[in-house]
Design a protein around this ligand. Sequence first.
Ligand code: AMP
Ligand code: GLY
Length: 422
Amino acid sequence: MKILIVGSGGREHALAWKIAQSPRVKQVYVAPGNGGTSSKKIKNVSINDINHLVEFAENLNINMTIVGPEVPLSNGIVDIFRSKNLKIFGPTKNAAKLESSKDFAKEFMIRHNIPTAKYSTFTDVYAAKLYVQKEKLPIVIKADGLAAGKGVVIAKTIEEAYNAIEDMIGDNNHNLKKVVIEEYLEGEEASFIVMSDGKNIFPLATSQDHKRLKDGDNGPNTGGMGAYSPANIVTPKIYCKIMDEVIIPTVKGMFEEGNTFTGFLYAGIMIGNDGSDEWVKTLEFNCRMGDPETQPIMMRIKSDFIEVLEHAINGTLNKAEILWDDRVALGVVLATYNYPEKPRIGDEIKQLPVETEDMTIFHAGTTISSSGTLKTSSGRVMCVTALGDSVKKSREIAYEAVSKINFNGMQYRTDIGWRAIK
Ligand code: AMP
Ligand code: GLY
């Protein structure tokens, strides 16, 4: 088989790495890929736009395309591939609105009784400010559209809330930009990712991301600075709650509304306790896998992932099987100087330790220059991911490898997995 993976991040490297292990796969192409996605079985193709990807898939007789990031999905890559009878795994443009419009997602959750934070949507600066005055602080302000992880402000003061509203709506009200303003939820987050063929649901292993830049969950929000799987916080009871209250109603609700969801469905879940019982609430939906959650998840798959993907594309996910490694996988993201504000790129990555059975380096923002040097090319550079018998052990192996990597301005968190260890 020949597989095409769309994207260039650590998530796509991990998908390519896992899929290339299948004896049935002859070649994996990654478009456009990164400095790590080229080996004997993995090849980069420098294509970015959807029409050229269609042409490529047709000319090379690609058997299956998997889309990593949200932008091509929300631009309708799945609709276009399907109209040409090309096999692709992901949601249609309309179904991808679960991620591309927070307002759509919130209204959908209300229609289907899916637990989420109390909210209101505004296109008017003054009305939004008035609402904030009446609500409790901190309060969460979210831009409606895709914002690459930068569209959420947790405002601790009225001034911060006003600034966020002005930034997101703009100072004139003619462009009708929306903001969602919602109640701040106190709890612990987990990432719950499933695959759906439209009707059947196939849950992947649970995971936990680390969104803030700095240790102890401080500093600005980022795309994610590290993740591990499984997430202990998702006990069997919480797992059932998430499936029953969030995942099943979402897939069923999309189907019933004639907006069938196929693809990876990622629910960002807040887990809390009201004194008498635990609750789960949906913070967000993503219509794709998480980055960096994919890296530890892929490392834990022991069976052939391509078989699961085939079931997903053929609508037979009820027959899919997967074998998970019982060990914990934990990934530490290395980021550039000044990430996430204004990442400096072009720094030389001096050396990389040799990978082992239990340690893999998934590249993201790396590129190989014409002279053959590995350089940084965007904010999140790589994710060093390790398998170990416990969170502590996998963390030890990951950080041991991190200590051997060096580029100017390299930043990373030193506490990935701290909640699980605590
Ligand atoms: P989102 O893009 O909606 O997932 O938001 C990004 C991050 O902001 C989440 O992962 C949470 O850490 C935080 N966040 C979003 N909504 C809330 C909320 N209602 N209460 C507390 N934290 C939130
Ligand atoms: N790591 C969070 C995300 O992929 O959205």
